[in-house]
Design a protein around this ligand. Structure first.
Ligand code: SAH
Length: 220
């Protein structure tokens, strides 16, 4: 068992070096979080041996755990302040991205529409001793206004547009990181709140599962 844990830790070091740092993610705190969170515990056991591969994997309910590089990139783009940060995540899924955020922010608020995924994610994070995460089951397209404003909002499912409820829930200078586009493919975008409006940056092409909700895609 200990030998296997060592093998997973070694696989994680290589994942960070070959898939993440090699592609230009530089933030030392992000790289450290990616080296420490055991991704093999966030995938169904039959996929554990592929947990440190360079792609997404199925997690049930037709959903996927994102590719490690994309998780690292989205986290870096959020520019989470080192002290006292509060982050909102929409699309808990396996909870892997949530765990990375929990290493960098003081408090993480995360919303998932599938109750079974949310329950499994919550159990995993508790087992890992990450206690600064608040879970909610429901439609994340409406945000979580009770705890706003957030230093950053990370959306891990694809939306046609930024859900209108979100911009007002991010603080001045804070970022929304979100894949925007059609159901088949999207562009990862970063929106930064300025005094009068949002600065908008296009980052890279991505493919996410749809954000389904009142201010997202309709259920099909
Ligand atoms: N960050 C996750 C990615 C999961 S995939 C991980 O690495 O595991 C995206 C998730 O968004 C899915 O679990 C899906 O059920 C969820 N989702 C889709 N629409 C949603 C909505 N309106 N509110 C909350 N969660 C949503």
């Amino acid at each position: 068992m200990a030998a296997q844990e060592d093998a997973f830790a070694e696989a994680r070091r290589r994942m960070v070096e070959e898939q993440i740092a090699a592609r230009g993610v530089r933030d030392a705190r992000v790289l450290e979080a990616m080296r420490s969170v055991p991704r093999h515990l966030f995938v169904p056991p039959k996929y554990a041996e592929w947990a440190y591969g360079d792609g997404p994997l199925p997690i049930g309910n037709g959903q996927t755990i994102s590719q490690p590089y994309i998780v690292a990139l989205m986290t870096e783009l959020l520019e989470i302040p080192p002290q006292g940060a509060r982050v909102l995540e929409i699309g808990t899924g396996s909870g892997y991205q949530t765990a990375i955020l929990a290493h960098l922010a003081a408090e993480v608020f995360t919303i998932e529409r599938h109750a079974s995924l949310a329950a499994e994610a919550k159990a995993r994070l508790r087992r890992l001793g990450l206690e600064n995460v608040h879970f909610r089951v429901g439609d994340g397209t409406l945000g979580w206004p009770e705890h706003a404003p957030y230093d950053g909002i990370l959306v891990t499912a694809a939306a046609p547009e930024v859900p209108p409820a979100l911009p007002e829930q991010v603080r001045l200078g804070g970022h929304i990181v979100i894949p925007l586009g059609g159901r088949g493919g999207q562009t990862l975008e970063r929106w930064t709140r300025r005094e009068d409006d949002f600065e908008r940056e296009s980052i890279i092409p991505v493919a996410f599962v749809p954000l389904v909700g009142k201010q997202g895609w309709p259920e099909t």
